[in-house]
Design a binder for this molecule. Structure first.
Ligand SMILES: Cc1ncc(COP(=O)(O)O)c(C=O)c1O
Length: 309
């Protein structure tokens, strides 16, 4: 039985074992470079944050930082919040999320569907404002909360070190020459890069970063103008490649139209960086990450018990 058709005891066991898809059309200008996309959106919560959210919960439950009478709290603009909410529900752990009030209605509705409590921060302060408000709530009530703190929690990159990267190596073997991951909390880039650097052959690992401070690549951070995540170490990637918002958005459109992969804009940025690398190297094998699906950014349909017709 293949990993994807297996029977599982709980939704927790359905995390990981995501497909790796060759991009035949996007890569046609560079036929001697194979470009592969690892579909982290195939996780139960629909994103690259499923593995780290579950790892952070499991590690904290294992060493007693998290117990069933505590509330898991964190600041998140979306995908991590969906993942905490889903796995919190499955594990019987209460979840509270702090997010800027202007995040999409869909994000609010998806997380609330799992019974999660939402607290809103000033929309003008962006994700950094949510980080600050969350820190303040924990400082005022330390016994009540387990602050998962995805920006500082080593279990975040560990999930990719133990899961995502070994799967990539299993799926492409020795073929892989280059790897690209976008920088948000930096968990994916840090964890995968550290593991890929341990491989017997040199794998050149690139971190894709928004080129501008004000950008539209949801999930990614422009480090120079942001609170730098404590788990981020600029010395880990072999290269940091800036990607413009338009380039990321255009590539997301192309992935839907040419490959049948409807992805979010951070994935567009990752694949754009992969194509730039492909042009530069001429021959090789580049692997990058599909962080989430495009429909996560669509407006929600009504989902209410009572309708007025
Ligand atoms: C859509 C999307 N893309 C990319 C990322 C970046 O991943 P990481 O936090 O591992 O750097 C995130 C993280 O929140 C995300 O939600």
């Amino acid at each position: 039985m293949s990993a994807r058709t297996r029977r599982v005891e709980s939704i927790l066991d359905a995390v990981g074992n995501t497909p790796l898809v060759r991009l035949h059309h996007i890569g046609r200008e560079t036929p001697d470079v194979k470009i592969y996309l690892k579909l982290e959106y195939a996780n139960p919560g629909g994103s690259v944050k499923d593995r780290p959210a579950l790892q952070m919960m499991r590690d904290a439950l294992a060493d007693g930082r998290l117990t069933k009478d505590k509330i898991l709290i964190d600041s998140t603009s979306g995908n991590t919040g969906v993942a905490y909410s889903l796995y919190g529900a499955a594990l019987g752990i209460k979840v509270c999320l702090v997010m800027p009030s202007n995040v999409s209605q869909a994000r609010k509705d998806i997380t609330r569907a799992f019974g999660t409590e939402l607290v809103f921060s000033d929309p003008m302060e962006g994700s950094d404002g949510a980080i600050r408000l969350c820190q303040q709530m924990v400082a005022e009530n330390p016994e009540r909360y387990f602050h998962s703190n995805q920006y500082a929690n080593p279990s975040n990159p560990r999930a990719h070190y133990l899961g995502t990267a070994p799967e990539i190596l299993e799926q492409v073997g020795h073929e892989i020459t280059h790897f690209v991951a976008g920088l948000g909390t930096s968990g994916t880039a840090m964890g995968c890069t550290r593991r890929l650097h341990e491989h017997t052959r040199k794998i050149h690992c690139v971190a894709a970063e928004p080129a501008e401070a004000l950008h539209g690549l949801e999930g990614l951070k422009h480090m120079a103008s942001s609170i730098v995540p404590p788990i981020y170490d600029a010395k880990v990637p072999d290269e940091i490649m800036p990607v413009g918002t338009e380039a990321g958005w255009d590539m997301a459109d192309r992935l839907a139209e040419e490959e049948g992969l409807h992805v979010g804009h951070s994935t567009g940025a990752n694949v754009y960086a992969a194509t730039q690398l492909a042009k530069r190297i001429g021959k090789g094998c580049v692997v990058t990450i599909a962080c989430d699906r495009g429909d996560r950014y669509f407006a929600p349909m009504r989902w209410e018990k009572h309708h007025e017709w």
